[in-house]
Structures are given as structure tokens and as C-alpha cells.
Design a binder for this molecule. Sequence first.
Ligand SMILES: Cc1cc2nc3c(=O)[nH]c(=O)nc-3n(C[C@H](O)[C@H](O)[C@H](O)COP(=O)(O)O)c2cc1C
Length: 415
Amino acid sequence: MTSLFSPLTLANGSTLPNRLAKAAMEENMADAGQFPGRALRDLYAQWAQGGAGLIITGNVMIDGRALTGPGGVVLEKGTPLDAFKAWAKASQSHGAQVWMQINHPGRQVFARQGGNAWAPSAIALDLGKHSKLFAAPIEMNEAQIQEVITRFADTAFAAQQAGFDGVELHAAHGYLISQFLSPRSNQRTDQWGGSLENRAALLLQVVQRVRECVGPKFGVGIKLNSADFQRGGFSEDDAAQVIEWLNPLGVDLLELSGGSYEAPAMQGRTGDGRTLAREAYFLEFATKLAQRARMPVMTTGGIRRFEVAEQVAQSGIAVVGMATALALQPDLPKRWQAGETGAQAQPLSLAWKDKAMSGLAVMALVKRQLRALGSGAAAAPYSPPSAVATLIWDQIRTQLLNRRYAKFLRSRPLP
Ligand SMILES: Cc1cc2nc3c(=O)[nH]c(=O)nc-3n(C[C@H](O)[C@H](O)[C@H](O)COP(=O)(O)O)c2cc1C
């Protein structure tokens, strides 16, 4: 029986001290200049103390001209590394590995934020009456695709130079790589579109280029959707095939998730209800897909109780990922290891009629909690503040950050 607290040695030769991972959560807490600052360091020091064996950062942008949110951290070739070194060190202070998640948002860029919304095809997000929240995407040309591949590798190399133990490439949740994978968002007729092989080429080339740049000893992980949960989207069979192609490429960890802004399965909600029933939303998909994967598999989504985490570990899943639960209760791993197996985080969901708004409100509640943790002001046990007030405050804060980001953008040319 695999214990949650047994170490795991990865293909790169490094060892995770246990099987619990803090999954990526975009904090939107960068300092001016899109650098990680004190608040992020203090937040990550809490997770370091909390006992997870692997800490994956919120997504860090490979291109300052395209952010998932205006308070996003940006790491590019030539970015000064001091702030990143301090961030890595704070995260590693209690023996965990820290991996930087690196990402390009593609078309999932908010319209009010500005910057580039590059995409495989000029197909806008469909969020019904909220679709206008997102920028109109432009179809990438060959030079832009090559630039993105180079940027992923440059950012991974910079993360390595800054002292991170690995990177996780974000290929899930409807961001750029996942847009290439899905036939709904990728309708190209060149070598990057059409067959699954062509749609997966961006991911596979990014993985290869990153590995070439960082060498064999650095952690390289991928977060992939087990499915998009949309008719005509990236399916479970597609995921199985992509995993077969990833097998020989030296990937140390494969995190399985699902969904996108259009179908937020990662929040436990899908059109067909397939992820709703369980607490570990993607366990069934992950156990099936793990049989095709030669690298260790991690799954994230809905896990907040010890029994469920154990069940996941007993199902052939090497690493148990938790995001929201560790925002509400950062020391769950430490408590569980000390035998306090009744410790758990409360579920955080809203049953608003407007699903898009309730998704944004849940994200705003979690991000508010991350800021409270980063400033040392988080109350224990967590008591949820008003979701409406939090959403409104989030909009105001976002506007202020958008203004700051506009200045950052003005300091660099948009092609
Ligand atoms: C506030 C917030 C920010 C998130 N940001 C990211 C991100 O940057 N990258 C990512 O891969 N997933 C992100 N996620 C998704 C989580 O990693 C995770 O897949 C999802 O929340 C389901 O897991 P959970 O139920 O343990 O929260 C985010 C989730 C939340 C709540």
C-alpha cells in the first residue's frame, strides 16, 4: 500500500518527500513590474511549513504581453532573477520541492486587460452573455508559434537558474497549449491543426525544447486535461494517445485535470455532470489514463479529506494534488502526517444560477484567502466572507491592476 507520506523518486533522480502536492493557483499578487514580491514569498513560506512534498506555483507567464490576470508573474529571458530566487528559497524552506508552473493564456485574456490574445484560430470564447469579457483572439502565424516554443524553453531555463526544482507546463484548462489540442478551438489547416498528431505538435515540441534546455536532472511536469468536457473537444481517448506520445519524452510528472473557462470541470461542474458525483473529480479518468502513462500521475480536483486523499493514492495515482483545500487550510499535510486525520478543508462552492459568475466568485474568494495568507491576516478556521462583496472588490482590484499593467505594457512594444 502506498502511504501518502512515502517518498517518490522521479525519473530525473530527485525525490519528493511525500505524495501530497499543493496544486497551481494563480495568485494575481505580483508586485509592480510583474515580479514576485514579499506577499508571494510569505504565502509560499506558509505552504512550505504546511508539509506538502511538492509545491507548484500559480501560473507564471512566459510572455509579458499575454497574462491570465493583470497581477500575474512574468518570467522571460533576461528578467532579473533575484525576486525569483527568494521565492524559490521561501518555498523550499521545509524540504518540499518547488516547481514553477509556466503558461501562455492564448485566447483566455480578459478584454479590459490589454495585451495579445494569440490563438490557434480566431475563434472567441463562448461564455454566452459574458463572452465579451474576453479579448477577440487572432490566429497565430508560424513565427509566433515558434516564438512561443522558444519562450517556454527560455522561461523553464530561467526558473532553473533561479533555483526552482522543476517546471510544470500548463497544457490544461483552455489555455494556449490546450487550445491547440482541442479541435473546437484549433481549426487550422496547416501542420499545427487537423489530426490529433498535428494538434499535439505544439505540446510535444515544447516538452522536447524545454528538456533540451534544462538537461536531465530538472523536474519537467505537464498539466493535461483528461478531457475538455465539451462536445467535439479534446476527449479522454485523445488524452490517452497524447500520453503515449509523451511517454518517451522524459516527463517526470503528469497532472490530470479537466475543463476550461467554457466548461469549468476543474471546479467540479460540467455540462454532463460527469465530475460532480465524487470528491476527487478526475480520479476515474486518472486511474484509467495512468495505465497508459509511464511517468507518475497526479490528479487534482475536489480533494480535501484524508480518506479521499488515501483512496486516490491507493488507486495507482502517485501524487495527490490539492488547490482550494490548501488555500483554506495550508497545513493539512502536516496535520494528517501527525495523525490528525479528521482535519479537512470545507467545500467551497456557490450555487448561483449564473454559472460563469459563480465560477468567478469562487476564484475571487480563494484569491482573497491567498492574499490574507500572504499578509498573515488569515483567520483559522476559515470563515467565508460575502461572495458578492468579494466579487465586487475583486473587480475593483482588477481595474487598478489593469492600470498598472497598462504602464508595464507601454514600456514594451506589442508586435
Ligand atoms: C484561485 C484559483 C487559481 C487557480 N489557478 C490555477 C493556475 O494558475 N494553474 C492551474 O493549473 N490551475 C489553477 N487552478 C486550478 C487548480 O489547480 C485545480 O486544478 C482546481 O482548483 C481543482 O482543484 P481543487 O478542487 O483542489 O481546488 C486555480 C484554482 C483556483 C481556485
